[in-house]
Write a protein that binds this ligand. Sequence first.
Ligand code: HEC
Ligand code: HEC
Length: 289
Amino acid sequence: MTRKRRGILSATVLLLCVIFYWLFAAPGVADLSISSTELSIERGEYLVHAGGCISCHQGEGASGLSGGMALVSDFGTFYAPNITPDVSTGIGGWNSREFLMALKHGRTPNGSFYYPAFPYRAYSGMSDQDVMDIAAYLLAQEPVTHTVPKHDLSMWMSRWFMAGWNRLADFSAKPPLLKTEDPLILRGAYLARNLGHCGECHTPRNALGMLQQSREFAGATMGESHADAINPDALTSWGREDFAFFLLLGMKPDGEFIGGEMESVIEHNTSMLSDEDRAALAAFFKQER
Ligand code: HEC
Ligand code: HEC
């Protein structure tokens, strides 16, 4: 081999290593501990509601968050896993790092990738403390032994492709910056964009299934289901009180009750929030942007 060829070869290998590292390296997470105090467990329970976890992970009958629900998407059918602390079929024995990696980075305990049917990109903005309290609550629940079906996806939908998908999604536009320091609106933004992941259904996606954040809350269709636009333009006839009332009871200003997937969001998420948090969501959605 000539010296020139050897040079090209080593440069190529180096470049591949850099790309490999960039795609697959595990992100750093803080070294925290999961508390088992009553206070953390109670906060965690509230956050599990605000995070809408129940809408997807609820098991059949009264079996807690033991999963099994089919989530039909344009990319195939996903089955929400068992997130009770059962060691063999659930998340028993998970440590703080595993919770932070899963919820904030979409990474599995063995370094692989979750599919974004699990809304970890929204949850990535969650505070570490909130993740720890969610962990405290989940680990304090009754373990349920329940094996959920395998996802039904096309052949090419490998978990490892999600490495590239995540990087591409990082490049796409960010949600509009908030031009306010009003704590109520900021709390509303945290509940809507992160915990409540309202954009997962209400923000349109591109052909690769990435959220088009420049059109945040402009309405979207996934499979059979259409989620209306909920940006300020669409909500002109809704007052803040109307919005907060809707989040409590699912009744629109015209007196009609909401159906579809939103019913579950109202039942398990927004109706369980404090009046203050519903007011925060209303303040966020009704503010001029
Ligand atoms: C829109 C549906 C949906 C919501 C909402 C949701 N999840 Fe999930 N979750 C999933 C799916 C689907 C997976 C599996 C993804 C995969 O296999 O790649 C998953 C995976 C997980 C895992 C990893 C489990 C394992 O065995 O590896 C944990 C932990 C988890 N979710 C916790 C939560 C928590 C906590 C919340 C609420 C803050 C939540 N999820 C909200 C759908 C959801
Ligand atoms: C799992 C998907 C999903 C999530 C998550 C979700 N929504 Fe919805 N939402 C829908 C669908 C679907 C509809 C339309 C339901 C129908 O009319 O049958 C809807 C309707 C609505 C409406 C009524 C709009 C109108 O003009 O009639 C409002 C307001 C709303 N959602 C707010 C929210 C907020 C706030 C959040 C976050 C806390 C949220 N949604 C999260 C799916 C979702």
